[in-house]
Design a binder for this molecule. Structure first.
Ligand SMILES: Cc1cc2nc3c(=O)[nH]c(=O)nc-3n(C[C@H](O)[C@H](O)[C@H](O)COP(=O)(O)OP(=O)(O)OC[C@H]3O[C@@H](n4cnc5c(N)ncnc54)[C@H](O)[C@@H]3O)c2cc1C
Length: 468
């Protein structure tokens, strides 16, 4: 087993306290999250303050030991993967919520606070985070900023980039960049926090954030619509956006293959809801009164059914029924239990192009391998589609991988979409970024990396290929 130099680890222990540096066997008890390779370094340091983070970074710089920062380890693109010779810097102890300021609708939090912890704390003031992800129990605000996470309500409240007002981060030389501004309007020169948002730990270690909050509605109501086409689903979304009562909070599409998987597994069915619609749409409205929201969902269904008589719908009339419907969308783990390591894609497509993009993409995948019948679901109001192949990772021969990428990514930039909507680049999409990006963008990204982290101390090899 690779051990880090004893002088280095002694210094780390001195900074964070003996029990807050773990190596070898002591790492085995830590949850590795999405992939075991996250803890490949076999060494984890857990600083508790910004000062300790800065001291850890300076120590790593002095000893030439690269740092891989970890939040909740829920990242889906290998951004947290680490290897022997590196050290994982976990933000688990940076978990304080400093303030929730109800008048300002702002929270100031440390980077390791989980989304759920902030949601619970904000709810006490009838506020919400304006961003929600199925991984809420583990994903941290720092990790979400680092991946520019999107999630369920991005169409309404924006992605992380739009939620963050101020930031503190430790730079690769151990100095501290501090701009914990708490106001939306801030035109004071270059807005540098945006460099760290979406940088996946390659430009700095985010330690604290000022996050915008939103008023929490008094009630919500959810319905599942079964529809014949993407166009019918988009029309239903538009009717949700135009709701006469309440506002649209979520519009999640579940294509039939994934719907069959989750509904069968959870033994979900409802009278008058046909199980074989090509597209299913989960829609949640928020507002003042639950029964009025349920009636509004009923009105939306009637309007949709007038044009699409084959549509069906079920409205949840209790919290338990609402949770049952959401499980049909959120239990993505079922796919990976059936197909370990299944290749997955996270694309966004302009709404007017979703139907034609998907038709072409699925046909091209089938042409490569007739047994491919992917699971498709996603945040439809944003045109964000998750496409997961019905194959274990090991069942995809290397020579087919680039043809599959071409089938999914081929026409995206022409349509004005993005090959990486909300999960980031990490390690998994480094070659796609270099293949699909404008060359001048890559040159600028390298210059920024060189400026902020010349020794390549921070998460080397992620986002951009290591080396010249
Ligand atoms: C079931 C499931 C559902 C998901 N659904 C969604 C979804 O709907 N939308 C979405 O956008 N994502 C989703 N994700 C992906 C994931 O939750 C997000 O990428 C999340 O933002 C990662 O947060 P984390 O704290 O787990 O970060 P980690 O996984 O620990 O790290 C992710 C990246 O950020 C870096 N990083 C972490 N913390 C810091 C920090 N403080 N400073 C600098 N760099 C840091 C890491 O080095 C790594 O590159 C889902 C994941 C799962 C498992």
């Amino acid at each position: 087993m690779h051990r880090l130099p004893p002088a280095f680890t002694a210094e780390l222990r001195n900074i964070v306290g003996d029990g807050n540096f773990r190596e070898g066997e002591a790492v085995a008890s830590i949850d590795y999250g999405v992939t075991p390779e996250n803890l490949g370094a076999g060494a984890v340091v857990l600083p508790a303050t910004t000062g300790e983070v800065a001291a850890v970074v300076k120590c790593c710089l002095a000893h030439g030991v690269p740092i891989v920062t970890h939040g909740g380890r829920t990242g889906l693109v290998g951004g947290g993967m680490s290897k022997p010779g590196e050290v994982v810097l976990s933000t688990a102890r940076l978990n304080r919520i400093h303030h929730i300021l109800p008048v300002e609708r702002v929270a100031v939090v440390e980077a390791g606070v989980t989304l759920q912890a902030l949601q619970v704390a904000a709810a006490q003031h009838r506020l919400e985070t304006g961003i929600d992800l199925p991984s809420r129990g583990s994903a941290t605000i720092g990790g979400m900023a680092s991946t520019n996470a999107g999630g369920i309500s991005a169409f309404r409240f924006g992605v992380m980039r739009h939620r963050i007002l101020g930031m503190e981060a430790v730079l690769a030389d151990g100095s501290i960049y501090s701009d914990l501004t708490r106001v939306v309007k801030n035109a004071a020169g270059y807005d540098l926090k945006h460099l760290f948002i979406g940088a996946e730990g390659t430009l700095g270690v985010i330690t604290r954030l000022a996050v915008k909050l939103e008023p929490q509605p008094l009630a919500t109501a959810t319905a599942l619509f079964g529809l014949a086409s993407v166009d019918a689903a988009l029309e239903t979304v538009r009717r949700g956006l135009d709701a006469e009562y309440g506002h649209l909070r979520a519009a999640e599409a579940i294509w039939s293959r994934y719907f069959h998987l989750t509904s069968r597994h959870h033994r979900w069915s409802a009278t008058d809801f046909a199980a074989d619609h090509p597209v299913n749409l989960l829609m949640t409205l928020g507002g003042a009164e639950e029964s009025a929201l349920q009636s509004e969902l009923g009105r939306i269904y009637e309007a949709v059914a007038a044009v699409h008589p084959d549509a069906s719908a079920v409205i949840a009339f209790s919290g338990a029924q609402e949770a049952d419907l959401w499980r049909l969308r959120e239990d993505t783990d079922l796919i990976y239990r059936n197909h370990p390591g299944a290749p997955s894609y996270d694309v966004s497509v302009p709404l007017s192009q979703v139907a034609s993009y998907l038709e072409r993409c699925l046909a091209d995948l089938k042409a490569i391998d007739g047994t491919l019948d992917p699971y498709v679901f996603g945040h439809l109001a944003d045109g964000n589609l998750h496409i997961v192949l019905n194959k274990a990772g090991t069942d995809i021969p290397l020579e087919k991988a680039s043809a599959l990428d071409q089938a999914v990514y081929g026409t995206l930039s022409e349509t004005g979409g993005s090959f990486s909507a909300e999960h980031g680049i990490g390690l998994k999409r480094v070659s796609s970024l270099s293949r699909l990006s404008d060359p001048s963008k890559l040159v600028l990204m390298r210059r920024i990396k060189e400026l902020l982290d010349a020794p390549a101390l921070l998460n080397p090899g992620k986002v951009l290929r290591a080396g010249p």
